[in-house]
Design a protein around this ligand. Structure first.
Ligand code: AMP
Length: 236
């Protein structure tokens, strides 16, 4: 049996970091449907253009298209011993499609890993995040020793105060992702996650596949808890 995992977590829960660590450890690919769709940007065929339009509007890509693209990816050579799915499933129909797809191949989901983080911390992790051009990541609330930061008032107070952060070691002015800088957009993403994933959490919990891990710990501690959960699931 392969190792088929789903990782879920609100933005800021550390899904990206943990996914990278798990896939390196278990030798399975990290399959993010959002990344697969973004990779279609360079294509100009009708399907790729349709997907780009849908993504820009913030809506979900239709299930048939999503399932087909996922199936293609799961059939590639590197995914034959399993995969870590991220951003999929987004609804119950996709969850059922995945169950059936795996069952037809004599496979089954091993575990669904839920990175749990209180929403207030999730907000601060996204809203306070700044990065340097070399890829160093800081946070004004949690990881601020290497930076100087303040909020700058707009001269006519037409816009909310702007965060200005510089890296102490280099003097570089640090960047913020535009969607992190907008408090309302951060809250909207958190709300969307809550709304869309709650039914899935229930779906997988009822089937005994859900493993909750506290994401409000060090990166290493979270990875350890995830690995313990996977071990437990493999034994079940
Ligand atoms: P993400 O990077 O996971 O936030 O995905 C970015 C965008 O890709 C989403 O807003 C959707 O438009 C689309 N997308 C990603 N995964 C799925 C999915 N499982 N089902 C439908 N649409 C998806």
């Amino acid at each position: 049996m392969g190792l088929y995992l789903i990782i879920m977590g609100v933005q800021g829960a550390g899904k990206g970091v943990q996914a990278a660590r798990l896939t390196a450890h278990y030798g399975i690919p990290h399959i993010s449907t959002g990344d697969l769709f973004r990779a279609m940007k360079s294509r100009e065929d009708e399907l790729a253009v349709r997907v780009q339009t849908i993504m820009k509007s913030g809506q979900l890509v239709p299930d048939e298209v999503t399932n087909e693209i996922l199936q293609d990816r799961l059939q590639q050579a590197d995914a034959q011993a399993g995969a870590l799915l991220d951003g999929y499933p987004r609804n119950q129909a996709q969850a059922q499609w995945l169950d059936q797809y795996l069952a037809e191949r004599g496979e089954a989901l091993t575990a669904v890993l839920l990175l749990e983080l209180d929403l207030y911390t999730a907000f601060k992790r996204a809203f306070g995040r700044v990065t340097s051009s070399s890829g160093a990541s800081y946070n004004i609330y949690f990881n601020n020793e290497g930076i100087e930061w303040h909020f700058e008032e707009h001269p006519e107070q037409l816009y909310p105060p702007r965060l200005v952060a510089t890296e102490k070691a280099t003097g570089e002015v640090l960047k913020r992702r535009p969607d992190d800088a907008d408090a309302a957009a951060v809250i909207k993403r958190i709300d969307t996650f809550e709304r869309d994933t709650r039914p899935l959490i229930e779906y997988y919990e009822n089937r005994g596949l859900l493993h909750r891990v506290n994401a409000n710990q060090s990166i290493e501690a979270v990875t350890q808890d995830l690995q313990n959960a996977i071990l437990k699931a493999q034994k079940a």
